[in-house]
Design a protein around this ligand. Structure first.
Ligand code: 13P
Length: 253
């Protein structure tokens, strides 16, 4: 994992309530994992303000992330939430292009790139999520899919855009299926992503953290996180169980 501080991020998706926020923050603090790992919590937007005040009442060492932002700044866009609104409730990170946004809500790679730019412009760190479908992998098109998703961001945001960003490799076939990528498959994809960044800017490639997401559990985390190009995880289902989440954080140290 080189000198990069590991990250373990909890993506609650459309799950959770205040009680779980409180329990999660208490359990993470009691386990004292935040010195060695950047711990990130992304509950639904309605819980962020509560999560912010709860973490401040204890220690402000849990990073808050939005699950998605609008590509627009402000105005008459009913239902949308802007980067600044998330900053106002303590968020410093945001996921861009999660596979569920791309596949269920039809976000194109161009829209994802606009959100990435909107995040950076407003001082949020974007976590760019990329990953291929099962069909693309079977047809030998996994790397071309990753390339097109990454190039869409470079085309709009420029070659230096990964100086302040995080990557998440989340193969669509591994999300919520219980079928995590093998450490070898994940490492190969992470190495490919790091190589793409190195081709543009070597320093960014060395410092950028690339997280693996897709059916991570306390049982498979150690092996996945011990791969040289895997710098932690983006956790869905297991992040709704704070004790399991803490075990995953411990696996990253
Ligand atoms: P699961 O851990 O439930 O597979 O979800 C992964 C994910 O999508 C995290 O963003």
């Amino acid at each position: 994992m080189a000198n990069r501080k590991p990250v373990v991020a909890a993506n609650w998706k459309m799950n959770g309530d205040r009680q779980l926020v409180k329990q999660f923050i208490e359990i993470v603090h009691a386990a004292e994992v935040t010195n060695n790992v950047d711990v990130v919590l992304s509950p639904p937007a309605t819980l962020l303000d509560y999560a912010n005040t709860t973490r401040l009442g204890q220690k402000a060492d849990i990073i808050l992330s939005a699950q998605s932002i609008s590509e627009l700044s402000s105005g008459a866009y009913t239902g949308e939430l802007s980067a600044n609104m998330f900053k106002d409730v303590g968020c410093t990170w945001v996921y861009c292009g999660h596979s569920e946004r791309r596949h269920i809500f039809g976000e194109s790679s161009e829209v994802v790139a606009k959100k990435f730019i909107q995040a950076q412009k407003n001082g949020l760190t974007p976590v760019l999520c990329v990953g291929e479908t099962e069909e693309e992998r079977k047809k030998g098109k996994a790397f071309s899919r990753l390339t097109s998703q990454i190039e869409a961001v470079i085309n709009l945001a420029g070659k230096d855009c990964f100086q302040n960003a995080i990557f998440a490799y989340e193969p669509v076939w591994a999300i919520g299926t219980g079928k995590a990528a093998t450490p070898e498959i994940a490492q190969e994809a992470h190495k490919f992503i790091r190589g793409m960044i190195a081709a543009m800017r070597q320093e960014s490639a060395e410092s950028i953290r690339i997280l693996y997401g897709g059916s991570v559990t306390p049982d498979n985390a150690v092996e996945l996180f011990s791969q040289p190009d895997i710098d932690g995880g983006l956790i869905g289902g297991a992040a709704l169980r704070p004790l399991d989440f803490v075990k995953i954080c411990q696996a990253a140290t």
